[in-house]
Structure formats: structure tokens, C-alpha cells
Design a protein around this ligand. Structure first.
Ligand SMILES: Nc1ncnc2c1ncn2[C@@H]1O[C@H](COP(=O)(O)OP(=O)(O)O)[C@@H](O)[C@H]1O
Ligand SMILES: [Mg+2]
Length: 503
């Protein structure tokens, strides 16, 4: 039998060859490569770029071609139908209509290594200090790897932060996350600097997010100095950087802290400030059309805060820890600011700096009445806790009656509590004060607290026979208190270094 259509045979052969060639090409392509669909910029409003035609997921990095063929990096922050919204990470100069948008398949990664110590980086992780190449050894994701909350080690060990009032009255546990609430100019930066220089943490990571450029310089050169920088990594993203970069800066600092934590180190992460981080997210969300809610903050802001804060804390048992301080600006010293309110709810305590104290030259201006460390009860022993409570009661009694006392309207002898508070006030204030160049350890802080306790006993004996602040007879029983301490022997020694029998 002869072939009825010789051309068909020829066509089939041709077709077969094509299929064969295409499959050869496909086989030569790396398995991971997926097709990249480019698009173009159709609109730009403020910092928001709109692109049509390209396919990319939220969080993906894109290159936008600008004048002279240079490219500008932008991140996909949202979409509407086929339209993608992008936010640049750097300057937007030179972007023109119909500019090419080339999505990358890369997720944001951070190059890390032990050599980062002593270095100052920008929000992308590049060095800012002119000390040359970084010599990093590995990369970690910018958004971190989640830890199962059930596997996290509990907070049980105190961390020496080198500040007497915090060590003794607001003891911080390794893996605890705290807010530092204050208005501007009341000593946040100096306090963070003191912690960086005097803490016993192995590594300190400082994120300077959205502050003024001059402040960054001042913090690194004057407050930290060489001594502070030796064990520290600083990520600096000043206020003139784009909102995406400010968010990245905060995530980058956290990723670096996670790297050292995963090596078993105790890391102290200091983020200044969480408010500027929230404001960066607000700028992005409003620009892509999210409706504002509380005080102009769209709901996504309140979702972003825990995404950052939850990454700090303890790793699994036997690994390291990240103890974190996030400064929260209380503008006009308004404690009810929505960011302050939201932060208070997601952090394990807050330290409030008082403008009144700062103005009277009392530094660090820690308001011990308004501050609380929620993990404190788990890390200190009962005796220590009782002295702290007594300290706060005496301090508070003085504060409540301060106006009467200062105008001379209080008559000595009318209330034994007030008499004791007046007698002890100078000693308590002296105890709370600490010069920025005066280091102190956890043991020394507790030693000073023991001395204050002895003074309390003495004034009490001098004024009268009964303790005006003594708990009601059945109060201990009502609290279910037992006399056995939960802390380890070693901790007991630290908690009571002088071996003095606390009450
Ligand atoms: N521990 C301290 N000892 C002495 N002065 C201090 C102390 N802490 C803060 N100050 C003073 O307060 C000023 C403002 O502090 P700063 O930390 O820059 O405030 P903030 O960061 O809250 O704006 C400093 O310039 C310094 O004069
Ligand atoms: Mg400051």
C-alpha cells in the first residue's frame, strides 16, 4: 500500500522534531526556574507605583527600569485585579511612564555572620561604616522562621541590663520583650546606650528605625562609643528612607538577632522605635487605599506589630534567647496613643520614662510606679519581690503626699507611713539615680536594694514599733504563699549577694 498523502508524513516528522527540540530545551532549563512575566509602570501617586502586565506575588522584589537603564528596586505591596501596587525601597528619581517592571523570583534574604559584630548596616544589610566588606557566612530569611510557641523555653533566668533601677525593681528575664514608653528628650537613647555598654548579654543588636540622621550618628559615636560597638551590630534606617526600607530595617535587626540566638547566644535587641515602624506601615497601607481606623492607623498596622515582636523571645530549650526592648513614643506624653496601647497588650511589660523626673534632672527617669515587668515574678525569689513591693509602697506614699509635704501642710507624726516615706525619700531617689557613665551589675543592684531594706527597718524602728506597710496577718495565706523559693541555688546567691536575711 502506498501512502495517500506524502506531505502529511513530512509535516508529522517536522512537528515531531519541533516537540523534540522544545523538550530538549526544557530539560536544559534549571528545575527551579519559572517564567518571569514583565510588565510596565502605568501610574505613580506619591511613593506608590502601579504596574500592569506583570505577574508577581505580594512581598516579591521587582526591578523597575529608570533613565539610563539603571534599575530601582521596588516591593509588591498589594494588587487590585490585574494591577500591582509597588513601593520603592530607595530613591524614585528617573522612573518614567511605561518603565519596564521585572519581577524577581527571590524572597528577601539577609546575609549574616559573626563578622557583623562592631558593624553599622543600612536597611538592606550593606555596611554604612566604611570598614570594608562584611564577610558574611550564611543567609537567613528577612521574615524569620516561626518557632512553635509550645517549644519555646520559659523565661526563668534574669538578664543583667546594667541599670540599677531596672535590675532590682523591674527585673528582666532572658527572652522577655518590653516596651520603653516615653516622649522625646526624656532619655530613651541614653538608657538604651547604657544597656548596650553594661549588659551581660553576649550580643547586642540595635535597630535605629525612623529617627533623625543626626541622632543615629550621635548614638553610635557618643552614646555607644567603641566599648559599646565591640559586641553590637547596629542597623540604621533614618527617617528620610522610604517606608518599605524602614520596615525592612526592623526585620533585618530581628533576623540578625535570630541568627545569634540560634547559635546559643543571649541576645539583647534594642529597637528605637516601634512607633516609627508602625508609622511606616501606616504610610504604605494608606497609600494603597486601606481605610484608616484609630487615629489614622489602618488595621494592618496592628497586625504588623506582633509579626515583629513575636520573633523575639526564647528559642527552644537549650538554645539562646532574644531579650528585646522596643521604644514607644508617647507623643505629648499621651499614654493612650493607639500604638502605645497596642504595644502594651503584646509585650511582656513596660518601662515608662517620666518627663517630670527628667526635667528635675533625675536620670534614668524611670517611673517605677507606672512601670511593670510581667515576667518578674517568675525570675526572682519571694524575698526579693517583697522588698520591691515595700519599696514601691513607700515611694508611692511619698508621691501621693508630695504636694502637701512640699508646701509644708503635712504635720510630722500625723501618719506613720508618711513619716517613714519622708525619712526614706532621699535614699530611695539616690538609689534610683544612675549616671550614664556609671556601670552597675545585677549583684551590685541587689546589694544596694538590701542596704535600702536595712534602712527601711531602721527608720521603722526609730519611728515606731510596728511596720506600717506590713501585710495583713492572713495575706500570705490568702495568696497561697509558701516559704520555699522556686529559684535555683545559684540564683539565690545572685538575688541575695550579701547573704543578708531578707524579710
Ligand atoms: N543617665 C543620664 N545621666 C545624665 N543625663 C542624662 C541621662 N539620660 C539622659 N540624660 C540627658 O537627657 C538628654 C536627652 O536624652 P536622650 O536619650 O537623647 O532622649 P530621647 O532619646 O528620649 O529623645 C541627654 O542629652 C542627656 O543630657
Ligand atoms: Mg532618642
Amino acid at each position: 500500500m502506498t501512502n495517500p498523502d506524502p506531505f502529511n508524513k513530512q509535516r508529522l516528522k517536522h512537528q515531531h522534531n519541533w516537540v523534540q527540540k522544545l523538550s530538549d530545551c526544557q530539560a536544559r532549563m534549571p528545575a527551579s526556574s519559572s517564567m518571569i512575566v514583565e510588565g510596565k509602570i502605568t501610574r505613580m501617586v506619591g511613593m506608590t507605583l502601579e504596574a500592569l502586565g506583570c505577574q508577581a506575588a505580594v512581598g516579591v522584589r521587582c526591578e523597575v527600569e529608570s533613565l539610563n537603564g539603571e534599575s530601582i528596586e521596588a516591593e509588591v505591596v498589594g494588587f487590585n485585579g490585574e494591577r500591582l501596587y509597588l513601593m520603592p525601597t530607595g530613591s524614585i528619581h528617573g522612573i518614567q511612564p511605561n518603565a519596564r517592571v521585572i519581577p524577581s523570583s527571590k524572597i528577601y534574604e539577609v546575609a549574616v555572620g559573626d563578622n557583623l559584630l562592631g558593624r553599622v548596616l543600612d536597611g538592606t544589610g550593606r555596611p554604612l561604616d566604611g570598614k570594608g566588606h562584611l564577610n558574611t557566612t550564611e543567609t537567613v530569611p528577612l521574615t524569620g522562621k516561626p518557632i512553635n510557641p509550645l517549644n519555646r523555653a520559659p523565661i526563668t533566668e534574669p538578664l543583667d541590663v546594667g541599670v540599677r533601677s531596672i535590675n532590682s525593681l523591674l527585673s528582666i528575664g532572658r527572652g522577655q520583650r518590653l516596651g520603653l514608653f516615653a516622649g522625646s528628650g526624656v532619655g530613651k537613647s541614653v538608657l538604651l546606650g547604657m544597656m548596650t555598654r553594661y549588659t551581660t548579654a553576649d550580643v547586642i543588636v540595635v535597630g535605629l528605625i525612623g529617627e533623625r540622621g543626626r541622632e543615629v550618628n550621635d548614638f553610635i559615636n557618643n552614646i555607644l562609643g567603641e566599648e559599646g560597638m565591640a559586641r553590637a551590630v547596629v542597623v540604621a534606617v533614618p527617617a528620610d528612607q522610604t517606608p518599605v526600607m524602614r520596615l525592612h530595617g526592623a526585620f533585618l535587626a530581628t533576623s540578625i538577632a535570630e541568627y545569634f540566638r540560634d547559635q546559643g547566644k543571649n541576645v539583647l535587641l534594642l529597637m528605637d522605635s516601634l512607633t516609627r515602624f508602625a508609622q511606616a506601615q501606616r504610610e504604605i497601607a494608606l497609600a494603597i487605599g486601606e481605610p484608616p481606623a484609630t487615629k489614622g492607623y489602618p488595621p494592618s498596622v496592628f497586625g504588623r506589630l506582633p509579626q515583629l515582636v513575636e520573633r523575639a523571645g526564647n528559642a527552644e530549650k537549650g538554645k539562646g534567647s532574644i531579650t528585646a526592648f522596643y521604644t514607644v513614643l508617647t507623643e505629648g506624653d499621651d499614654q493612650m496613643d493607639p500604638i502605645a496601647d497596642a504595644s502594651r497588650a503584646i509585650l511582656d511589660g513596660h518601662i515608662v520614662l517620666s518627663r517630670e523626673l527628667a526635667e528635675s534632672g533625675h536620670f534614668p527617669a524611670v517611673d517605677i510606679e507606672a512601670s511593670i515587668s510581667r515576667a518578674m515574678v517568675d525570675i526572682i525569689d519571694k524575698e526579693h519581690l517583697r522588698v520591691v513591693q515595700k519599696f514601691k509602697q513607700i515611694y508611692s506614699t511619698y508621691k501621693k503626699n508630695e504636694d502637701l509635704i512640699t508646701i509644708g501642710a503635712y504635720t510630722a507624726g500625723s501618719d506613720s507611713r508618711v513619716d517613714q516615706a519622708i525619712a526614706l525619700h532621699p535614699a530611695l531617689m539616690e538609689f534610683l539615680k544612675q549616671d550614664m557613665d556609671d556601670p552597675t551589675t545585677y549583684a551590685e543592684s541587689l546589694q544596694r536594694l538590701v542596704e535600702i531594706y536595712e534602712l527601711m527597718e531602721q527608720t521603722q524602728t526609730a519611728l515606731q514599733t510596728t511596720d506600717p506597710f506590713a501585710p495583713m496577718p492572713d495575706q500570705d495565706a490568702a495568696n497561697g504563699a509558701t516559704t520555699t523559693s522556686t529559684a535555683s541555688d545559684e540564683q539565690d546567691n545572685i538575688a541575695n549577694p550579701a547573704g543578708v536575711l531578707l524579710p
